[in-house]
Structures are given as C-alpha cells and as structure tokens.
Design a protein around this ligand. Structure first.
Ligand SMILES: *Cc1c(COP(=O)(O)O)cnc(C)c1O
Length: 379
C-alpha cells in the first residue's frame, strides 16, 4: 500500500487523515520554512551551468565507502557538531540506525564478554547480538532489579558487561531510568552502557539531546546512539562516544567499512536541521503538553499504559478489537495502525499513537473525544 503525504496529513484509500503513525516527532519533515531555508542556504536550487562541476556537498551519492574516497567534509562536520552538542570526544555517523546497532554490537564485543539486553530492544540490536560472539542474557522489560542482580553476579566472570537499552521504547512509550543504570555501572569497573535514543533524540531534554540530557547523565553513557530518520526528519544513525571507541568502530565495524557512505546532500540537510535542533524548545514543549493530555485522557478511560512519552499505546487486548478500533479512528480522520502479535505479545494488541509537534491543540482535543468514544465500543 502506498500513501499520499501532504504535510501532517496522509491519504489512504481516498481518505485524508491526520497522520498519527509518523516518526516525524517535531513536524520538521514537512516544515516549509525549514525546507526553504535549506534550499536557499545550501544552494541546491541553483542549476549548474554547462561545463561546471556539481558542488561536492550537493552530490546525491558519495560513490564510495568512508574509508576510501567517500569521506566528505560535510560528514566530518556533522560529527564535529554532534560531539560538540553532547560534549563528547567523538561521534560517528552511519547509513541508518539499523546499520548502527547491528554493526556496533558485534564490533565491540568478544566471546569473553556478557551482553545484558532489555527484552524489548529493537530488532536492529537483536541482529547485532546475533552477530556477536558474546554470551547474551535478555532481562525482563524494564526490570532493573533483575538487571542489577545479573550485573553483580556476573561482573567477575567476564571481561566486560555491556548493558543494552533504549531510552524510550517504541511500542510502549515508556522511559528508562538511565541514572539508575549509571549508578549500577559505577559500582563496577567493567560495565559499558549502550543506550539507543532513537525515540528520545530531538524530543527530550532542554536542547533535544534526549532522555540522557533530561536525566543529566550524558557524560556517563559510553555509547549514546541516535537516529536521524525520526525527529530529525533526515536519514542515518550516529553514536557519540570516546575517541578510542570511535577508532575501534572505524577499524572493525563491518556495516561501517563495507558500505557506501551517506550521500553528501543528505548530510547537508542533517546538518541544517541539527544546528537548529537546540532552539526548537517550543515544539518540544508543545509535544510534551499534548502528550501529557492524551495520556491522562487515556488513563481516565481505562486505557492504562506505561507510556511517559509522545508514544502512547491504546491497549485493545485482542487482535480483532485493535483492528476495529483502528478502523473507527480512521473514520474519525486519524490515521492509526493496529499493532498485533508477533510485533507485541499475544493479548496486548494495541493502537500505537505517535504524536508529533505538528498536531495542534484542537486536533489533540478531537483525538481525545474520539478516544472517549472508543471506551464503550463493543465488538
Ligand atoms: C527506528 C529505530 C532504529 C532504526 O533506525 P533506522 O535509521 O530507521 O534504520 C534503531 N533503533 C530503534 C530503537 C529504532 O526505533
């Protein structure tokens, strides 16, 4: 199925609906002003005359791996800006968040290590774990007591223990207590903290650096990862880390070495948005406001969830009920998709509402009214 896209609206089956299934969390992907500034400032709108060469940063392909001739200056500039924003030694950019997780994990672990990963980490981390030689234990979702016991009892038996979590989980919208993970890590000398902020980057924290910024622990996270394809309205993945770690990844990470680097023009756009991200506090505040209102209304109607973010699941239970609810929401003009097993456990089918800053207060009000109607819906 293909969809038509007009700003925050999506067209499917001839019906135009407010898109509540998008990862464009700050509403930047269709922001005309931001786009216009980019076209003007980058010069991408200027057609080169005959005989001229295309400016290198506006090329649509890097035509090579980073390690060969694909290392364009704009890529290093994105990394410099990221490292500076986070106050870290270094940053490294990847073609996608999937490449990032599936590549970093096997590159930094050995058979002498232990990986402790939350049960609900993203598929890209699972694939990274599969490619790793390390022993792996998946702990029950958000059960940090259990994690603590696992760390304490295994710390002496392995070279390094890697803790793998997300800061905001994509299906439940719950937020991880990173400060607790930091204090756990500090009790041992061989624990590495790996945090995927795919859903937190851009959205959380005073300047949009994520949950780690909100919880004031950026400095204590060894590999802080994010993606550009969600709030940043671009494409790619990144990690901020130590220079030594960056060096290690550049030399060992196969999905970094054996792949064509990101197109320069995409990196130009990433840089354009990244530089403006810290000042987008109004958008973040608005998104936090409508999210809190929707979460409260959902709880009042009995749709309890563990969400503490802009990702708000409306629990339907059975698969058929989720389908029916999604249909009703669409009739009301809200494009929502049912999430069913095997994506989520049996009996926890849901409607996953992903709010963005482009949703107005009035639209949030209408959404809440529709939600209140769902409560009494019988199948
Ligand atoms: C979306 C997502 C990814 C993958 O990022 P892409 O850039 O889309 O490949 C990785 N981790 C998490 C937690 C995600 O939500």
């Amino acid at each position: 199925m293909s969809y038509g896209h007009q700003g925050k609206f999506v067209t499917a089956g001839g019906k135009t609906m407010l898109n509540l299934s998008s990862n464009d969390y700050l509403g930047l992907a269709s922001d005309v002003g931001l786009y216009r500034d980019f076209i003007e400032e980058s010069g991408i709108g200027n057609v080169p005359p005959d005989g001229a060469t295309i400016p290198e940063n506006l090329l649509f392909s890097s035509s090579s791996s980073r390690l060969l001739t694909g290392n364009f200056s704009v890529c290093e500039e994105v990394e410099r800006v990221l490292a500076e924003l986070y106050g870290k030694e270094a940053a490294l950019v990847f073609g996608s968040g999937y490449n990032m997780n599936s590549g970093i994990i096997p590159a930094i672990t050995t058979s002498e290590d232990l990986i402790l990963a939350d049960k609900l980490v993203h598929a890209s981390m699972i694939d990274g774990i599969r490619l790793s030689q390390a022993k792996t234990i998946r702990f029950p979702h958000q059960n940090l007591d259990r994690l603590e016991k696992l760390v304490d009892s295994n710390a002496l038996s392995y070279d390094t223990i890697f803790i793998l979590v997300e800061s905001v989980y994509s299906m439940d919208g719950d937020v991880t207590d990173l400060t607790r993970l930091v204090s756990l890590k500090k009790r041992h000398s061989n624990v590495v903290l790996y945090v995927d902020e795919a859903h937190g980057f851009g959205v959380r924290g005073e300047s949009g650096l994520g949950v780690a910024q909100e919880q004031n622990c950026i400095g204590d996270i060894d590999l802080l990862c994010g993606t550009f394809g969600k709030a940043l309205a671009s494409t790619g993945g990144f990690t901020v880390c130590s220079s030594g770690m960056r060096e290690c990844l550049v030399n060992r990470m196969r999905p970094f070495i054996f792949t064509t680097a990101m197109p320069p023009v995409n990196l130009m756009w990433t840089l354009h948005v990244l530089k403006r991200l810290p000042s987008m506090t109004d958008r973040r505040r608005h998104l936090a406001g409508i999210s809190a209102r929707l979460r409260m209304a959902a709880a009042e109607e009995g749709f309890t969830s563990s969400s503490e973010s802009h990702i708000i699941p409306i629990m339907a239970g059975e698969s058929a009920r989720a389908l029916k609810m999604a249909e009703r929401f669409r009739e009301e003009g809200f494009f929502l998709l049912p999430v069913r097993p095997p994506t989520v456990p049996e009996g926890t089918s849901r409607i996953r509402i992903s709010l963005t800053a482009a949703v107005s207060d009035e639209e949030a009000d209408r959404l809440i009214s529709s939600l209140r109607m769902m409560k009494s819906m019988v199948i």
